[in-house]
Design a protein around this ligand. Structure first.
Ligand SMILES: Cc1cc2nc3c(=O)[nH]c(=O)nc-3n(C[C@H](O)[C@H](O)[C@H](O)COP(=O)(O)O)c2cc1C
Length: 337
């Protein structure tokens, strides 16, 4: 029997397969099925900055209306008891999951401005969350937005988050940073317990009939893992904190590659939305067989063994690889004269 245990944000997990934020982790019965199928932890759907700010404004308006007090109208106003916010729902969910499941439950905050919304992390901790993932999903397309200023703002949000709670905090990132290596190493210095690499951006399409912008939600494909694997391998020797892989990981082979490159855990979403929780069993079974076959005794042993530092041909992760790849192109028959 191979030992699949790993560590994630200081938590000991029975294996490296962790479902990431999705509607599936947000439904209690599905969460239980994920645990039964072997998930070693799960991340709840995000609560968004926009929702927290909107709810706070609604609450403020409500309090003002109560203060002004119109006797006949009072009965039409919601009372503090029936004003259940999205935050309340998440807090109840965390408490329920914690009492019924035995795996760690990670709460997720999602936002990009440096303001009070991030202080709600404290509520998530008090409800029983084992860790917090902060998703910095930002386009940063405002004219004049300098990279340095954006990165400083992000660091500030992370610092504020880390200072507001005792539980570990991890940051879900895009790969769109000019100095990604520096940004991630600075996150470790700021007190983050890890990063999740990388967010997938949902690109809108243009409908040529209606000339409207159409939002698109396409699930991922395995090819997206390659960007993650490269950065896991490059980052692993540079940081000590948790590296989590997210984006395109569907089969046991993808999961193994992420671990070999340097991931501590691998997040699954699209494959679970398509195939259901049972996919986790197949992945864990496939991993165990491969490891036995290759005589690996533990996940610990294979983690990072093909990182930039440990690979026999580290240049494969570098720019050098770019020229070789271009040179390797071969035309299909009949394309050239
Ligand atoms: C329907 C759906 C809902 C999602 N909701 C969230 C969310 O609330 N917060 C978040 O950080 N990521 C969310 N994600 C992103 C996933 O957690 C994951 O990072 C991404 O889909 C890449 O992983 P995959 O290739 O395994 O799907 C969502 C993805 C999908 C498809």
């Amino acid at each position: 029997m191979v030992d699949l245990t790993t560590t994630y944000l200081g938590l000991n997990l029975k294996n490296p397969v962790v479902p990431s934020s999705s509607p599936l982790t947000g439904h209690f019965d599905d969460a239980r099925r994920l645990e039964d199928a072997g998930a070693s932890a799960l991340i709840l759907p995000s609560i968004f900055e926009e929702e927290l700010i909107r709810e706070q404004e609604k609450m403020d308006r409500f309090v003002v209306m109560q203060d002004i007090g119109h006797h006949e109208a009072d009965s039409f106003l919601p009372t503090a008891h029936n004003f259940e916010s999205k935050l309340d729902q998440i807090l109840e969910k965390i408490a329920r999951y914690k009492s019924a499941l035995s795996i760690p439950v990670v709460a997720s905050l999602n936002g990009i401005t440096d303001s009070g919304w991030v202080d709600h992390a404290k509520d998530l901790e008090e409800a029983g969350g084992d860790a917090i993932e902060l998703n910095l999903y930002g386009m940063n397309a405002e004219p004049g937005a300098r990279s340095e200023a954006i990165e400083e703002r992000y660091h500030h949000i992370v610092q504020r988050l880390v200072e507001s709670v005792q539980i570990p905090c991890t940051v879900k990132l895009s790969n769109q940073f000019t100095g990604l290596m520096h940004f991630v190493t600075e996150l470790e210095i700021s007190g983050a317990a890890g990063v999740s690499l990388f967010n997938r951006f949902y690109q809108p399409d243009i409908d040529l009939e209606t000339l409207q912008i159409k939002p698109q939600l396409n699930l991922s494909s395995w090819q997206e893992t390659l960007l993650r694997i490269r950065w896991l391998a490059l980052l692993r020797p540079q940081v000590k904190f948790t590296l989590a892989a997210t984006g395109g990981f569907h089969g046991f082979q993808d999961v193994l590659k992420a671990l070999l490159a340097g991931a501590d855990v691998v997040h699954l979403c699209s494959v679970l939305l398509k195939g259901g929780p049972g996919v986790i069993q197949d992945i864990l079974g496939g991993m165990s067989h491969w490891m036995e076959d290759k005589e690996y005794e533990s996940v610990q042993q294979l983690k990072g063994s093909l990182s930039h530092q440990n690979a026999v041909n580290p240049a494969g992760y570098e720019r050098e690889n770019y020229m070789e790849v271009l040179d390797s192109y071969s035309y299909s028959p009949g394309v050239r004269v």
